[in-house]
Design a protein around this ligand. Structure first.
Ligand code: PMP
Length: 279
């Protein structure tokens, strides 16, 4: 397998970093995960645009333009003869330098990207998943797709240990998002989700869902819901690049309605498949 490293293509075994690397020592970097269906990117522009927004937010200069990165990412799939479903992980850090909190001078960002196979989880998409609720203990800049994922890792691990797929995060009862996905509540035919403030990651699939809802004439309200609203919800679902549009059927062991994915969730799943050309 070939990886993209500093705008060049090398065999993955040849990718190595000094131990004094700012991503490794400070989490001083940003990343993206981009979905690939049958060898073609989905929402590529959205992901690349967000990478540049994240980099700008941490004052990290990327050593290429938006257009150059898109060209390199397309080339990465070609070099790997990628024809199946998968995902590309890309990260950009403030580079290699002797450990010091202050930004190093004259050091270029370390950027790499690689492709992995990833099959769609059709069982989860069909049946829905169980989740638990968890306090949101993250920092104030969750719109930055930063490498600092410890609170997300801890929340997801807590979920895993309770046989749950995800953790719904809340601040004093107000639902923000999940540990690695956005979350939505449906009530009386309207979709509710947290607005795109600094408290959540502005998901690329969330952007697509907003567009689908508009196309389907389903009201999409960017208003946070509370943990207390969940018991009366008609439907609940989450979205992310790797999870797609995924129904939630139980929360903290309580089933949502009859425990079956709801009709609006199903319509959005269909719209997603059409959008990604996988229907
Ligand atoms: N929120 C968080 C915290 C995430 O890590 C992710 C996944 N990257 C998302 C939301 C969903 O974003 P996207 O739809 O771009 O995958």
């Amino acid at each position: 397998p070939v990886v993209l490293s500093q705008s060049k293509f090398i065999h993955r075994d040849n990718l190595s970093y000094p131990f004094e690397e700012r991503g490794l020592q400070f989490g001083d970097g940003v990343y993206e995960v981009i979905r690939v269906y049958r060898g073609t990117y989905h929402l590529l522009k959205e992901h690349v645009d967000r990478l540049f927004r994240s980099a700008e937010a941490i004052k990290l200069a990327l050593p290429f333009t938006n257009e150059q990165l898109i060209a390199s990412l397309l080339e990465l799939l070609k070099r790997n003869d990628m024809k199946t479903d998968g995902k590309v992980y890309l990260q950009a850090t403030r580079g290699s330098a002797p450990r010091d909190h202050v930004f190093p001078k004259g050091v270029v960002a370390n950027v790499y990207a690689y492709v992995q196979n990833l099959d769609r989880n059709l069982v989860n998409l069909q049946q829905g998943v169980s989740v638990l609720t968890h306090e949101d203990i993250r920092w104030e800049y969750c719109f930055i797709k930063s490498l600092n994922l410890l609170p997300n890792v801890l929340a997801k691990q807590t979920a895993k240990e309770k046989n749950c797929y995800e953790a719904i995060l809340h601040k004093d009862g107000k639902v923000t998002e999940c540990s690695s996905s956005n979350v939505y509540l449906v009530k009386d035919g309207t979709i509710y989700t947290h607005p795109t403030t600094k408290q959540i990651l502005h998901g690329c699939v969330r952007m697509a869902v907003e567009r689908f809802a508009k196309d389907l004439d389903i009201p999409f309200v960017e208003e946070a819901f509370m943990l207390d609203d969940i018991q009366d919800a008609d439907e609940l679902f989450l979205t992310s690049t790797t999870s797609e549009v995924l129904p939630i059927i139980t929360v903290d062991g309580e089933t949502i309605r009859d425990g079956k994915p709801g009709s609006i969730t199903r319509r959005l799943q269909k719209a997603y498949e059409m959008d990604a050309n996988i229907s």
